[in-house]
Every structure is written in structure tokens, then in C-alpha cells.
Ligand binder design. Structure first.
Ligand code: TYM
Length: 339
């Protein structure tokens, strides 16, 4: 199929423990979109350091995200895979966008409130301006489409506001295109296996709350067996299922990995105890995750290969990023010299 001449950019933080939420909410879409779009898949290491990281783990986790992209089916020869800090224009554009973004806009961001917790005065200022760096990631490549999970929706809306304000303030037409978020209906917010009110998260202290992409068969089976459901049998309609948050979440997982419509799955399991549904779900998850997990392990044993993919990505990304930064400096009136 021919590409549509539109650009996708998305990113994943190298904060470890990538899980099925990251996969279904974002990475699965990256794999699909690579067919039709020019794609930039970034490992957002500068975002990760808004919270203190262990340097050795950060380095390894960065390579592991690259391995996960490739193991999930992203072709490194046809897409640009790179780490954010290797292209310095991300930080340069972020500064410029900080000067366009209003304090009030940032103060409304719910992710900052969640991540900073009770002691906001002690959060890094990087965590507060996190969304402007994210806007820079997207606008640097003039991305038109951004596949993300539901928790990034507000950041995407902010990016759109920032792009519009820049275009208006500097009277530069549609210099920055207004990007469209691509958010799946059922899988954009996969919940914890222990609590249907909490998002599945890399930072949840309980391993049993999530299925990681590096989990082996035994852990997947055990975690699904333990996953919370309900004291009744599988209901016979979607409305009732949605009221049972944990059950709905497991059905979303099943549907996301099998591409079978949720209503069909409800028909298939209605009136049955959850044990047989859980058995089928763990079988499905093992069949889909095991090949990814094995490939991540293989790739992590070949770090030179991963570093070469990233270096190639950095070179390709830098070419585009440099052009946008030069144009941006000219628009603003910053003096620069041709190399
Ligand atoms: P991060 O690293 O937290 O998560 C990576 C992607 O996974 C999605 N996600 C989920 N989707 C469904 N269910 C869940 N439980 C779940 N948890 C996470 C996230 O929405 C995300 O799409 N700020 C971003 C990274 C970023 C970015 C960007 C994304 C930086 N620059 C530019 C897009 C474009 C983040 O923290 O993702």
C-alpha cells in the first residue's frame, strides 16, 4: 500500500516494565500505522528523567523499548526509531514552546497533579513542563497523527493549543500542523488486574496488577488466575459488563489481542463461570506475548544491533528536526548561521 504522505510520531518512556496497556493502547497502533504513514517512534528518555532514574537502568530500559518496538513488529528499516536525547532539537524547541505555553494551561494538566502527588512543591520543574517537551516531540516532525493511550489525550489537546498559538502569534499560517490524536475505543485505558478503578501502570508496586511484555508463561497464567472478576457468571449484555469494571477490562484485553468484537465474546461466555474465560484469556495472552517476549530477550543480547538502529534513527530524525528548528528560528527572528 502507498503511504499517504502524512506523519506519525509517538513515544514511550524508558521507565521499565512495559505492559499490555502500553502495547494495546499505543504500540499495536504503531505497528498498524507504519504501513500508511511516515513514522517516527521515539524513546522519550528526557521525559523519563523528570522523575529520578537510576543511570544503569535508564540506559538498559532505553534499549529495551527499542527492542520492544522491533519485537512487536515495527520495521526499523522503514521507520525512524531513535532516542529523544540524541536529537538536541527536542530540547531546543521545548524551550521555545515553553515561551508560548501559558502557566494556566500547564496548571490544568491532570498527569502533573497525579505524578507530583501531595508534595507538589518538591516535584521537578521538568515534570511541570513535561507537556511542552511532548509538544516539541510532535511538532518538530510536523506530525499529523499521534497514536496514544487515553491518559495522553489532555497532553495532545495542549499540543494542539500550543501549535495554534504559535502559528497565530507569529502569523505563520499552518507552519505547525494541528496533530490528531489516535486513541482506540476499548483499549486506550487498560486497567489494573487488581482494581478496575486504577489504570494499569509501570509504577504500580504490585507485579500482579499488570502483565509485562517480558512476562513468561507461568507468570501470565498466574496473574490472570488471580485477576479480580465478580461473584456472578459472565453477564449476557454489554451494559451489565461495563458495570463490572474488572470483567470489562479482561474482555478488553481479550478483544484487543484477538481482534474479536467484545459483544461476540460476551455471547460466547455468557452464563459461564469466569474460570473457563480466564483459561482461554491466558492461553491467548501467552500465544501473543511469548513471541514478543522471546524476541525482546534475543534483541537485548545484541546491543550493538539495537545501538545501530538507534544511530540510524538519530541521523534520519536529526535531518528533519534541524530543518524545522532553522525555520522556527527564522520565524521568531533568532539570528543563526549556516553551518
Ligand atoms: P508512557 O511511556 O507512559 O506510555 C506509553 C504509551 O502507552 C500508553 N499507555 C496506556 N494505554 C492503555 N492503557 C494503559 N493502562 C496505558 N498506560 C500507558 C500511553 O498513553 C502512551 O501512549 N507522555 C508519553 C510519552 C510521550 C509521547 C510523546 C507520546 C512523550 N512524547 C509524543 C506521544 C507523542 C508517556 O508518558 O507515555
Amino acid at each position: 500500500m502507498n503511504k499517504v504522505n502524512q506523519t506519525v510520531l509517538s513515544g514511550v518512556q524508558p521507565s521499565g516494565n512495559l505492559h499490555v496497556g502500553n502495547y494495546l493502547g499505543a504500540i499495536k497502533n504503531f505497528v498498524t500505522m507504519q504501513k500508511n504513514y511516515d513514522c517516527y517512534f521515539c524513546v522519550v528518555d528526557l521525559h523519563a528523567i523528570t522523575i529520578k532514574q537510576n543511570p544503569i537502568e535508564l540506559y538498559n530500559n532505553t534499549l529495551e523499548v527499542v527492542a520492544t518496538y522491533i519485537a512487536s513488529g515495527i520495521d526499523p528499516t522503514k521507520n525512524v526509531i531513535f532516542n529523544q536525547s540524541s536529537v538536541s532539537m527536542h530540547a531546543e524547541l521545548a524551550w521555545i514552546l515553553n515561551c508560548v505555553t501559558r502557566m494556566g494551561w500547564l496548571k490544568r494538566m491532570t498527569q502533573f497533579k497525579d505524578k507530583a502527588g501531595a508534595d507538589k512543591e518538591n516535584a521537578s520543574s521538568g515534570l511541570f513542563t513535561y507537556p511542552t517537551l511532548m509538544a516539541a516531540d510532535i511538532l518538530l516532525y510536523k506530525a499529523t497523527h499521534v497514536p496514544v493511550g487515553n491518559d495522553q489525550k489532555q497532553h495532545l489537546e495542549l499540543t494542539r493549543d500550543i501549535a495554534q498559538k504559535f502559528n497565530r502569534d507569529y502569523n505563520c499560517g499552518n507552519f505547525f500542523p494541528i496533530p490528531e490524536p489516535i486513541i482506540e475505543d476499548n483499549t486506550s485505558r487498560i486497567m489494573s488486574l487488581k482494581d478496575g478503578q486504577q489504570k494499569m501502570s509501570k509504577s504500580d508496586p504490585s507485579e500482579n496488577s499488570r502483565i509485562s511484555l517480558t512476562d513468561d508463561t507461568d507468570s501470565i497464567v498466574k496473574k490472570i488466575k488471580k485477576a479480580k472478576t465478580a461473584d456472578i457468571v459472565m453477564p449476557d449484555n454489554l451494559k451489565k459488563v461495563i458495570e463490572l469494571k474488572e470483567v470489562n477490562n479482561l474482555l478488553n484485553l481479550y478483544s484487543g489481542f484477538s481482534d474479536i468484537d467484545k459483544v461476540k465474546l460476551i455471547e460466547q461466555y455468557s452464563g459461564q463461570k469466569f474460570s473457563s474465560f480466564k483459561l482461554d484469556l491466558s492461553e491467548l495472552l501467552v500465544s501473543k506475548i511469548e513471541p514478543i517476549s522471546n524476541e525482546i530477550k534475543n534483541l537485548m543480547n545484541d546491543k550493538n544491533y539495537l545501538l545501530n538502529v538507534m544511530k540510524d534513527g538519530k541521523n534520519k530524525a536529526t535531518e528533519v528536526a534541524k530543518k524545522t528548528i532553522n525555520e522556527t528560528y527564522d520565524i521568531i527572528g533568532l539570528v543563526r548561521y549556516e553551518a
